[in-house]
Design a binder for this molecule. Structure first.
Ligand SMILES: Cc1cc2nc3c(=O)[nH]c(=O)nc-3n(C[C@H](O)[C@H](O)[C@H](O)COP(=O)(O)O)c2cc1C
Length: 353
């Protein structure tokens, strides 16, 4: 099966095409990973995923969605992440990545109510333009050019810490209506300076981040960008914009576009069905001629295989399915008589052929 064939990005070889998609666990204190994260990510490595991407990890305190999100703006946070990275490298064949993120106007959310915290309990949110995600929320602070430059620098420092912690992949979170997506979309970015207006200007923040992250990494780390292929809104960000963006990202040495969707415009209808975002990954792949990842309601090895075989995407990201079943890769390999990593400590439990 193609699902169990290796693929290389720069010097990083993934043993199979199964990726644990980034998923916020809202379980950190002060942005620091703890025993929960260690077991959570460690068990997906034991389960044989080709790549594990840690949840959205904020590059500065305001970049968290909630005050229980992971962060990588200080050494204590980086050290806790290194423990997870080292475990995965020493005990599995999985590679491990981190998703660097900034929530922008979608930050300062309560983990209890899922609504925005007031200023005292949370923090002032930031955005390219003073437009809240939901009318019930506070108006975000409109970033100055100087502040935008500081945020790019936050991404650089975070990338450096990720390199030092030993990650194999950095994924920049440009999807789901978080800060980078807020810049990309003409509906959330109404700036009139060099960061707003035409598509090139709206992509400037992302491009500066890509450049600064690339300057911190070598060929021993692959660089992915997650985007929302469309935001399902009239006059909003769409799949053509995504493909055009991907063409430019390709020239900037980005290795793969991870194509999700939505998240920036409140109240839109998302046409959910199995593999509903796969056509977006396919379009981006074909138009921009760049490797892509498919994600969203992919739940079986057969479905994943079909996506790969038909050339719609190069990697399969699993989110909820791999929460339900950390051993997805191991079990799919057994079922299909494919070779895959399996912890040697558990060999006595391996089904006889
Ligand atoms: C609990 C949970 C947390 C998530 N957190 C993130 C995140 O941190 N970053 C991100 O890009 N997507 C996040 N997502 C989206 C998933 O990565 C994935 O794109 C989405 O769930 C669709 O895939 P699925 O149908 O396999 O679950 C999250 C999804 C879930 C279920």
């Amino acid at each position: 099966m193609k699902l169990f064939t290796p693929i290389k990005f720069r010097n990083i070889e993934l043993k199979n095409r199964i990726v644990m998609s980034p998923m916020c666990m809202y379980s950190a204190q002060e942005g620091v990973a703890n025993d929960f994260h260690f077991v959570h990510y460690g068990s997906r490595a034991q389960g044989g995923a080709g790549l594990i991407i840690l949840e959205a990890t904020a590059v500065e305190p305001r970049g968290r969605i909630t005050n229980k999100c992971l962060g990588i703006w200080n050494d204590e946070q980086a050290l806790a992440l290194k423990k997870i990275v080292d475990f995965v490298h020493e005990n599995s064949e999985s590679k491990i990545g981190i998703q660097l993120a900034h929530a922008g106007r979608k930050g300062s959310i309560s983990t209890e109510t899922n609504r925005q915290l007031d200023l005292e309990a949370g923090w002032e949110t930031i955005a390219p333009s003073p437009i809240p995600f939901h009318h019930s929320e506070r108006t975000p602070h409109e970033l100055t050019v100087e502040e935008i430059k500081e945020l790019v620098e936050d991404f650089r420092k975070a990338a450096k810490r990720a390199v030092d912690a030993g990650f194999d992949v950095i994924e920049i979170h440009g999807a789901h209506g978080y800060l980078i997506h807020q810049f990309l979309s003409p509906l959330s970015n109404t700036r009139t300076d060099e960061y707003g207006g035409n598509p090139e200007n709206r992509a400037r923040f992302l491009m500066e981040i890509v450049d600064t992250v690339n300057a911190e990494i070598t060929n021993d780390i692959a660089l992915f960008v997650r985007i929302s292929g469309t935001e399902y809104a009239e006059n909003g960000w769409n799949v053509n914009d995504s493909a055009e963006l991907a063409k430019v990202l390709k020239t900037k040495n980005v290795d793969l576009i991870d194509v999700s969707s939505g998240g920036n415009i409140n109240g839109v209808t998302i046409p959910l069905s199995p593999g509903y975002q796969v056509p977006l990954a396919e379009d981006v792949k074909k138009i921009a001629e760049i490797d892509t990842a498919a994600v969203g309601l992919i739940t079986t090895a057969e479905q994943a295989e079909e996506i790969l075989e038909s050339g719609q995407a190069d990697l399969i990201f699993l989110a909820r399915e791999i929460l339900r079943n950390p051993y997805f890769a191991v079990q799919a390999a057994w079922k299909n008589d494919e070779e895959n990593f399996y912890p040697h400590q558990y060999l006595r439990a391996k089904p006889a052929k």
